[in-house]
Design a protein around this ligand. Structure first.
Ligand code: NCD
Ligand code: ZN
Ligand code: ZN
Length: 452
């Protein structure tokens, strides 16, 4: 072969690689903020360097990976007066969330393939961030085809919005967890024990709490931990439950919501029904225990449990459905908590971004070559008051009204800027279902890493 031929086929040196996009600022890499630049090719992070010529420079702003919110209810199909996949994902994007996992308590309840197919179609046309559609179980029916295209299985141990309850004795629980291990899918539990829940009329938050006492959560969490199997416990809320989390075994993870971290039964509400949620808001000692557990690693991550209902539905406490919207405000509220010294910055990134991604969607969650180029540009000096009027959920209200928050200025989804200086510039349908593109078994799920 003549030597000039050889030259032609010689791989191009890395310095001449052209990036589709490059941005620079104070980037969060390996647990610290460094001045640097990120080069993006085909929606993936292709290089992290000291500088890249032509990079869009964000100066002093920090650049974090996009957040994965593992627990939202986008109400589509069936309850689109409360939310739909467009408004839900828009709300997510503005809150720095580039991937959401949607819960199955829509209408029809999602547990069989035809319902999943319908939701997949709806979401594909509306989503502006990436997503996965979680499957549920009804009448003990598990649909294998649906599960294969889902990021996880959701089990409701107690009645909540949607009215589905999965009663499982210890034997059935073991059977289910073994089966799901074979499928390689995590199982997420709404952990309250039916036995301790009552259906008395409730006119206020104290009474709602009385109906769903700490003991209900304690009992369910004890059972789940004693199973000894990998599983995920949604929205943990009580002192007793976080105490039990000390005993969790390999692969058992848990989440906490911003409303349980920032609100209690005694908080001031413009309308008390805005605080009606399952599991309920509890006492200050519970809230403090949640912060401790979040700091020391017993609680692994933050989910919003974004559960919008209309203002009209929330008018009367007694008839108000339970649920609080929050996908847009979770990261912004926690960033302010960091400023106030409630949580270390590094731990905030772990619980908001890294841990939910590791557990449910490892292609996201860190600024690392090969990961999705989902990036948030944040100016920690720009603190704003939360005002429901400027949020994007159809709910139109928030229990966090008036609280300080730091929203991302710009947001990138797989290399494409979807929010620029607080304005949306993405498009409907840009979001992808990350669990349908690949053959079964390559859904991006991996066993969680043990913490602490
Ligand atoms: C959720 C809803 O409205 O879908 N409500 C809630 O109070 N959290 C259901 C749930 O997560 O339990
Ligand atoms: Zn729940
Ligand atoms: Zn929920």
């Amino acid at each position: 072969m003549p030597s000039d031929m050889q030259k032609t086929f010689y791989p191009r040196p890395l310095t001449s690689v052209k990036f589709d996009t490059a941005i620079s600022g104070r980037i969060y890499v390996n647990g610290e903020l460094i001045e640097g630049a990120i080069g993006i090719v085909d929606g993936k992070i292709a290089a992290i360097k000291k500088r890249i010529s032509g990079a869009r420079d964000y100066g002093d702003s920090i650049i974090l990976p996009g957040r994965v919110d593992p627990h939202v209810h986008f109400r589509d199909p069936g309850y689109t007066q409360k939310e739909d996949f467009l408004t839900g994902t828009l709300s997510a994007a503005f809150g720095g969330v580039t991937c959401i996992l949607d819960m199955p308590n829509t209408e029809p309840f999602l547990y069989r393939y035809p319902a999943l197919e319908e939701k997949e179609y709806i979401a594909s046309r509306k989503a502006v961030v990436d997503y996965g559609l979680i499957t549920g179980m009804k009448n003990r029916i598990l649909d294998e085809k649906a599960l294969k295209r889902s990021p996880a299985l959701k089990i409701f141990m107690a009645p909540t919005t949607g009215g589905i309850v999965n009663e499982l004795d210890d034997l059935a629980l073991q059977y289910l967890l073994n089966l799901m291990k074979d499928y390689g899918k995590p199982v997420i539990f709404h952990a309250e024990d039916m036995k301790f829940i009552s259906n008395e009329k409730t006119g206020n938050l104290i009474e709602h709490l009385r109906n769903r006492p700490n003991m209900a959560e304690e009992s369910a969490v004890r059972r789940l931990i004693s199973s000894g199997k990998p599983l995920h416990m949604a929205h943990i809320t009580s002192t007793e439950a976080v105490e039990l989390l000390k005993n969790r075994t390999y692969g058992q993870t848990s989440e906490v919501t911003p409303h349980h971290l920032f609100l209690t039964v005694d908080s001031d509400f413009e309308n008390e029904a805005y605080g009606r949620v399952n599991p309920p808001l509890r006492k200050k000692r519970d809230r403090d225990a949640l912060w401790d557990a979040l700091r020391d690693g017993r609680i692994d991550m933050i989910s919003s449990d974004h559960a919008p209902h209309t203002m009209e539905e929330k008018e009367e406490f007694e008839t108000a459905p339970s649920g609080i919207p929050g996908v847009e405000t979770a990261l912004p509220l926690i960033l302010v908590a960091v400023k106030k010294g409630l949580l270390e910055f590094k731990r905030a990134v772990e619980v908001l971004i890294e841990n939910p991604a590791k557990r449910f969607c490892p292609r996201k969650g860190s600024i690392e070559v090969g990961k999705d180029a989902d990036l948030l540009v944040i100016d920690m000096k720009k603190v704003r008051r939360i005002d429901a009027e400027y949020l994007h959920s159809k709910a139109g209200w928030t229990p966090f009204e008036g609280m300080d928050a730091i929203f991302p200025e710009s947001v990138y989804l797989r290399g494409k800027r979807i929010i620029k200086n607080g304005n949306f510039e993405g498009e409907k349908g840009l979001g992808e279902n990350l669990w349908t593109k690949h053959p079964a078994g390559h859904n991006g799920h991996s066993e969680p890493e043990r913490e602490g």
